[in-house]
Design a protein around this ligand. Structure first.
Ligand code: GTP
Ligand code: PEQ
Length: 214
């Protein structure tokens, strides 16, 4: 199955700006991208990174294809869907807890006893769409906001079947500083390592666990 990883290369992860500088956000976004690429490679896919700007080769595992398209996310992904035959797997670049097992379970769950769902969605905790399998040729994405609900509506309008796959590892996208706590608690890969080296640590004071700089 063709697989795409959309990536905002310029000034990424702005919602982390209370914890990370602009250079750190750019570096951390690339660490997460590299981790998701490696996860897909390990799962047996050859992902294409759909990036808003060209990328230094060191940002990616060897032999990862890059397509540069500086359109906004939804338009760039939809042009890719229009240009190729389904199925397409789309996995966001900010899922540092994603593992090959989680991807395999997502794909397997989207295939219910041999009846492939037209659309399979691994929702993000905030209502977004962290991973998507598109088997319906007419389906087009509409990211941002509660895109999980929007994608259900778009599928319903097409009479397409939808499978929602509940996966903690795929649900954890890194948007807000509190999401970094999830990486420190549950991660065991390069994103966690990068945060520890940068001096980002758990803040277990009152209320919800967060992060602070050491
Ligand atoms: N190709 C492409 N990918 C995008 C674009 N905007 C976001 N992405 C990617 O889509 C996924 C989810 O995006 P967001 O959580 O909105 O990421 P972001 O824009 O880096 O973060 P914020 O600045 O905090 O909104 C990540 O993999 C991003 O790298 C875009 O305009 N084009
Ligand atoms: C791209 C967007 O991501 P979020 O802003 O929810 O991280 C979405 O999943 O629709």
């Amino acid at each position: 199955m063709r697989s795409l990883i959309p990536f905002a290369a310029v000034d990424p992860k702005t919602r982390l700006d209370s914890v990370l500088t602009a250079d750190e956000r750019a570096a951390f976004a690339r660490v997460m991208l590299r981790s998701v690429c490696a996860t897909l490679h390990e799962t047996g896919y050859e992902p294409t990174v759909l990036s808003t700007a060209s990328l230094d080769d060191t940002a990616l595992p060897a032999s990862t294809a890059v397509v540069v398209d500086d359109q906004p996310l939804t338009a760039a992904v939809n042009d890719q869907l229009a240009a190729t035959e389904p199925p397409t797997l789309i996995v966001m670049a900010d899922l540092p807890l994603a593992t090959p097992d989680a991807i395999r379970r997502f794909i397997a769950a989207s295939d219910d006893a041999g009846n492939d769902a037209d659309i399979a969605i691994a929702p993000g905790l905030g209502g977004g769409t962290n991973a998507l399998v598109v088997r319906e040729p007419a389906f087009r994405v509409d990211y941002h906001g509660a895109s999980y609900l929007d994608h259900h509506e778009i599928a319903a309008d097409l009479g397409a079947t939808v499978e929602t796959v509940d996966s903690r590892q795929l649900a954890t996208d890194i948007d807000e500083p509190s999401d970094l706590a999830e990486v420190l608690i549950h991660g065991d890969g390069p994103a966690r390592e990068w945060l520890v080296e940068a001096g980002v640590e758990l803040d277990t004071g009152d209320g919800r666990v967060g992060v602070r700089r050491s």
